[in-house]
Ligand binder design. Structure first.
Ligand SMILES: [Zn+2]
Length: 402
């Protein structure tokens, strides 16, 4: 079964072979892109869809979310808007509600959040554990996550539960908890921040998880300068997320981590700086220095950080708009960070045909057919018309999802 999507006013491919094609068309065959080019030269297909002069982008790749939770923290949000400052401790409120929810309820809630994201153009999603914080509930969260999203990250090291000794809890995270979640996860993460995990504890978590064969990521430099960025680069983590407070040396380390990277032939990969602008606005933190990071040569991703405490939105369009209007990225740079940048952060910018794994986050022949049709003639409208829901149609792995 092949589908020709034609009459595309602007096709933004992103990825290595980035192009902006006018009057373009794309052919989807099964779950992959089979052809793209000028509409006038498009091959025949089983089915034709007229894009009606709209813009087409890769589907959003949301590389940082926390969707496995129950409960509500709007009161905490209200207090913060009234002037209280954010601290990491609010996580405990969600942990209580999550532990009390049934498997059915947690799955239903997570599926609803995924559906909400897909309806807004997100076609590839990562999510984390981290509201279980004991062996049984972390394993349960990981199992449920693996049934509803594309990539699962183990974040047992989200917060030391109240009344627990931090060193003993870190042992648990590195030992029995890791073994219990291992079948369900591909990544591990640690919240390296004042009030969460120290540099030494973070190091232990990263070492144990690397030994278990997991890819690494770090929550770092959100609330102040700290060791998170340097630790992430030292461990070759795929991403360090938040990066609001970075030193000149941090920026240099992030940019330098990509030196010698040859995307064509694999080679050593660096650490993506993942900015979470919706979270920064919701915690009234200064926005991450995305412009400075890009100018220095770092690889940037934009993600929603959808979570009940600090960023209860899955709108990648909102993140892109904010990145353009407030972080001084161009529309192309912001869209790239929210598609190809996310794929880089998840190691899915290239496919592996042997595993049947297809690249996501860019539109190229052979890549997964994840397409986002905007109800606008160009991607510029994402920032030009802030707040307007512009998602017209979505294909996820070749299947019409909206
Ligand atoms: Zn997070």
């Amino acid at each position: 079964m092949s589908t020709l999507i034609t009459n595309i006013a602007e096709l933004m491919t992103q990825g290595l072979d980035h192009r902006v094609l006018k009057n373009a068309a794309v052919v989807v065959e099964g779950e992959r892109i089979a052809w793209l080019g000028a509409a006038a030269g498009a091959p025949a297909a089983d089915e034709v869809v007229d894009a009606g002069g709209r813009a087409v982008l890769p589907g959003w790749v949301d590389s940082h979310t926390h969707l496995i939770f129950a409960g509500d923290r709007s009161a905490e949000f209200e207090a913060r808007m009234a002037g209280e400052s954010y601290s990491a401790g609010g996580i405990a409120v969600t942990t209580g509600a999550t532990r009390n929810a049934s498997d059915f309820e947690l799955t239903r809630l997570a599926m609803g959040r995924v559906a909400e994201a897909v309806a807004q153009g997100t076609t590839y999603l990562e999510t984390k554990t981290g509201y279980g914080l004991d062996v049984e509930n972390e394993a349960r969260s990981a199992r449920i996550a693996s049934s509803v999203v594309d990539e699962v990250t183990y974040l047992g090291a989200h917060l030391v539960p109240a009344g627990r000794d931090a060193e003993e809890y870190t042992d648990l995270v590195c030992g029995p908890m890791l073994s219990a979640v291992r079948p369900y996860v591909r990544w591990a993460d640690v919240f390296c921040e004042r009030g969460a995990f120290t540099e030494d504890q973070s190091r232990r978590v990263l070492q144990a998880c690397r030994q278990a064969g997991l890819g690494l990521r770090v929550h770092g430099n959100q609330l102040g300068e700290g060791p998170g960025v340097q630790l992430a680069v030292e461990f070759g983590a795929a991403s360090v997320d938040h990066v609001n407070y970075v030193s000149g040396a941090d920026v240099e380390a992030l940019a330098g981590s990509w030196a010698g990277w040859d995307p064509g032939s694999g080679g050593k990969r660096g650490t993506v700086a993942t900015c979470l602008p919706a979270c920064d606005l919701s915690t009234r933190q200064p926005l991450a220095p995305g412009r400075e990071l890009l100018d220095a040569g770092a690889q940037l991703a934009l993600a929603s950080n959808c979570n009940p405490g600090t960023s209860y939105t899955s709108s990648m369009a909102f993140c892109v708009t904010t990145a353009v209007l407030q972080m001084r990225l161009s529309v192309h740079e912001a869209v790239r960070a929210a598609t190809y940048g996310g794929a880089l952060a998840l190691g899915r910018d290239t496919g592996n045909d042997a595993d049947g794994e297809r690249a996501v986050g860019s539109i190229a022949v052979g890549h997964r057919a994840d397409l986002h049709v905007l109800n606008a003639p160009s991607a510029t409208h994402l920032a030009y018309r802030p707040g307007i829901p512009l998602t017209h149609a979505v294909w996820r792995a070749g299947v019409r999802a909206r």
